[in-house]
Design a protein around this ligand. Structure first.
Ligand code: SF4
Length: 179
């Protein structure tokens, strides 16, 4: 008699306690529907059979180099972990996956530089506010040839959303003030 066991990379996940909770997934799709990244980008943009937060933690266990960008398609808001009925700690797994990508040398050098610059900018709130204000004013005036050039990977498949008039901080202050 021939017995076939479909492992599909599960043994690899089982061998480490870092990602073991992802094996509990029942594919209900709740984490996809709550994910702000999935809701904007859509399933095809993930390039893996299973999209959304759960796909972004499962895909790198199949091929870390090929799917090295997926753990970064996440704001770490933890909404996915919050709604998961079987308590997969998705945001925590994605955070650990990012560390694997860096440790294994799969982080794109340009992205590395951009992340360093962003870290610096975000630790200077006044400059960050100014950069946001400038982006909201200048980007909508740019011609399509610049806006949709090859540096804008997002624009290859879809239009950019309209830029908001106010920053999140301004909207938050206004909302609190109205209460
Ligand atoms: S919410 Fe949890 S169980 Fe549902 S698909 Fe996502 S990880 Fe799987």
């Amino acid at each position: 008699m021939h017995v076939v066991i479909v492992d599909n990379g599960r043994s690899k996940i089982l061998a480490t306690d870092r990602y073991i909770k992802s094996l509990q997934c029942i594919r209900c799709g709740a984490c996809l529907n709550t994910c702000p990244v999935y809701r904007r980008s859509g399933g095809y943009s993930y390039g893996y059979t299973i999209p959304g937060p759960i796909g972004s933690t499962l895909a790198p266990s199949r091929d870390l180099e090929k799917y090295s960008s997926l753990p970064f398609a996440c704001s770490l808001c933890a909404s996915c972990s919050n709604v998961c009925p079987v308590k997969v700690d998705l945001h925590q797994e994605l955070y650990l996956r990012r560390q694997d990508v860096v440790d294994e040398g799969h982080l794109d050098p340009t992205k590395h530089k951009i992340l360093k610059m962003t870290t610096w900018l975000m630790s200077h709130p006044k400059l960050m506010d100014f950069a946001g204000l400038m982006a909201r004013k200048i980007v909508p005036l740019l011609p399509r040839s610049i806006l949709y050039s090859k540096v804008n990977a997002w624009g290859k498949a879809r239009e950019l959303p309209p830029f908001p008039k106010n920053s999140f901080k301004e909207l938050y202050k206004a909302k609190r003030g109205s209460k």
